[in-house]
Design a binder for this molecule. Structure first.
Ligand code: T46
Length: 135
C-alpha cells in the first residue's frame, strides 16, 4: 500500500492491555500509510545531542517513541515549521518526504522508525542550504 500524503500526522496505534499487565501496540497495513521496507531504532542518545538535520528526497517514515520522550522540529519546503512531541509507545508520527527534521531525545528515549524504503545515502539532503533551494 502506498498512500502518499504530503503532511505529517500523528497515528494512534491500538494499546492492548492494562496497567497491571503491560501493553502491546501493533503497526500493520490497516494503520500505516505505507508498507515498511526497513526498520531501525535509535537509543542511548545523550540529552545534549540533537540528531537529524536532513530531509529525504523520496523516503517517508513513521517514528515512534517506544520509551521516553522525543521532540521533533519539522520544516517543509515552504519554510513552515511544525513541532511534535512523542511520549507514548502507542503514538507514531508520519513524516512524508521533503521535510527537514531536527530531533531531541530524553535520556531514556528509544526511537523506532518504520521506513518506506531501504537505506540510500543519496536520498538524504544533508545541507540546509540545499534544502532551502527547493523552496
Ligand atoms: C531519520 C532519523 C529519525 C545506516 O547505515 N543505515 C540506516 O538505515 C540508517 C538510518 C543509518 N545508517 C548510518 C548512516 C550514518 O553513518 O548510520 C549513521 C547515522 O545516520 P544519521 O546520521 O542519518 O542518523 P540520524 O539519527 O541523524 O537520522 C536517522 C535517519 O538516518 C533519518 O532517516 O529520519 O534517524
Amino acid at each position: 500500500m502506498s498512500k502518499l500524503l504530503d503532511k505529517p500526522y500523528l497515528i494512534d496505534f491500538p494499546k492492548i492491555g492494562e496497567p497491571s499487565l503491560g501493553y502491546i501496540s501493533v503497526a500493520e497495513k490497516t494503520n500505516l500509510p505505507f508498507t515498511p521496507k526497513r526498520i531501525y531504532w535509535i537509543y542511548n542518545t545523550p540529552e545534549k545531542i540533537n540528531r537529524g538535520f536532513h530531509a529525504h528526497k523520496n523516503l517517508s517514515q513513521v517514528i515512534i517513541a517506544i520509551t521516553g520522550k522525543i521532540k521533533l522540529k519539522l520544516v517543509n519546503i515552504k519554510g513552515e515549521i511544525l513541532e511534535f512531541h512523542l511520549d507514548g509507545g502507542n503514538h507514531g508520527l508520519y513524516i512524508p518526504k521533503l521535510y527537514w527534521r531536527e530531533i531531541r531525545f530524553s535520556k531514556d528515549a528509544i526511537l523506532l522508525c518504520l521506513a518506506s524504503e531501504p537505506y540510500k545515502e543519496d536520498d538524504y539532503i544533508r545541507s540546509y542550504d540545499d534544502f532551502l533551494k527547493l523552496l
